[in-house]
Design a binder for this molecule. Structure first.
Ligand code: ATP
Length: 311
């Protein structure tokens, strides 16, 4: 049974259909990315998933139990990390956690343990007794995540957790999510960073204008794009003489060259590279640089929406 299963989730704001019959499921230990530009409906979708926003239509099941704005039992299974969370700047990170822990009914020794555990996961344990006012933006985001972990959630919901944070905190956040996934936590992760979705998410749902346009693993999504890998090589002048040899290699679909530049269209660039370089070596062509261009989620996004993700 999936940890989260949503069916036909729908939300209007007046005349605007912000979320249009969105469905997906997330299994234990799986990280699911909702990838889409600003305004795609990601925040609205996850607000309905966690139950801070009512839905117009659709069903949310958590561990098979129906989840609504008013259900407490299923809410206890969720850790929600919104884009902004009100922290107390004059209190330390540990004191903030103690405060939020009390909201979950956590006190005494169990609270102490959970707080230490959460601080460790987000790598703030060494700075836990500093006032939050002194924290960088990235550390504040990590503290937000720690708060979302206090109830040891089955489902962790993160709304663009790395937006605008420094590279160190970003890495630390991504590593925390990977560690939690290894422990079985199901994660719903929204982002408009393609690289992040590629690195972190087992499956990705591409959303735009409130609709789920495509869904799957990276490999499944990339196969939607009718594009092959390209290998671009810079070599010495006259390298084009090797084109017939390259064309004859199994897996090479096309090869062309001009002067010292060679370009190949291949089935799987990474596995073919040794054969390509070997063939060039045998033909006496010295290669200066190699570039592999594989279709990525950006290409998929362009394919399914007709526009670039960064627009
Ligand atoms: P972002 O990354 O900017 O938060 P998003 O993908 O999360 O984008 P949403 O915030 O869910 O998108 O917004 C979806 C659409 O609904 C947008 O067109 C937005 O302007 C609109 N919208 C969001 N909240 C409200 C609201 N409270 N009232 C009216 N319209 C809203």
């Amino acid at each position: 049974m999936p940890v989260l299963e949503i069916t036909d989730l729908t939300k209007h704001y007046g005349d605007l259909l912000a979320v249009d019959h969105v469905s997906f499921a997330i299994e234990e230990g799986e990280t699911y990315g909702l990838l889409g530009p600003n305004g795609a409906g990601k925040t609205t979708t996850i607000s309905m998933v966690v139950g801070v926003l009512g839905r117009d239509d659709g069903l949310v099941l958590i561990d098979g139990l129906r989840h609504d704005v008013t259900t407490v039992k299923t809410k206890a299974l969720i850790g929600y990390v919104p884009q902004e969370l009100a922290l107390y700047p004059d209190l330390t990170a540990r004191e903030n956690l103690r405060f939020f822990g009390r909201l979950y009914g956590l006190t005494g020794r169990p609270a102490k343990m959970r707080i230490a555990e959460a601080l460790e996961i987000v790598d703030l344990h060494e700075r836990a007794d500093e006032a939050v006012a002194k924290y960088s933006g990235g550390m504040t985001r990590r503290l937000n995540i720690a708060i979302g972990l206090l109830n040891r959630p089955r489902l962790l919901v993160l709304d663009e957790p790395t937006a605008g944070v420094d590279p160190h905190s970003r890495n630390s956040i991504l590593e925390s999510v990977q560690r939690l996934a290894a422990e079985g936590v199901a994660t719903l992760y929204t982002t408009h960073y393609m690289e992040e979705a590629e690195r972190l998410c087992d499956r990705v749902g591409i959303v735009d204008a409130g609709r789920m346009l495509a869904e799957g693993t990276r490999r499944e999504l990339v196969s939607l794009v009718d594009e092959h890998d390209r290998v671009v090589l810079r070599a010495e002048e006259g390298a084009a003489r090797a084109v017939p040899v390259l064309k004859a290699l199994p897996g090479v679909l096309e090869a062309g060259g001009e002067g010292g530049d060679l370009e190949l269209i291949v089935e799987e660039a990474r596995s073919l590279l040794p054969a390509i370089l070997g063939a060039l070596g045998e033909a006496g062509v010295a290669v200066r640089s190699v570039e592999v261009r594989e279709p990525d989620l950006e290409s998929v996004f362009l394919h399914v929406t007709g526009k670039a993700l960064r627009d």
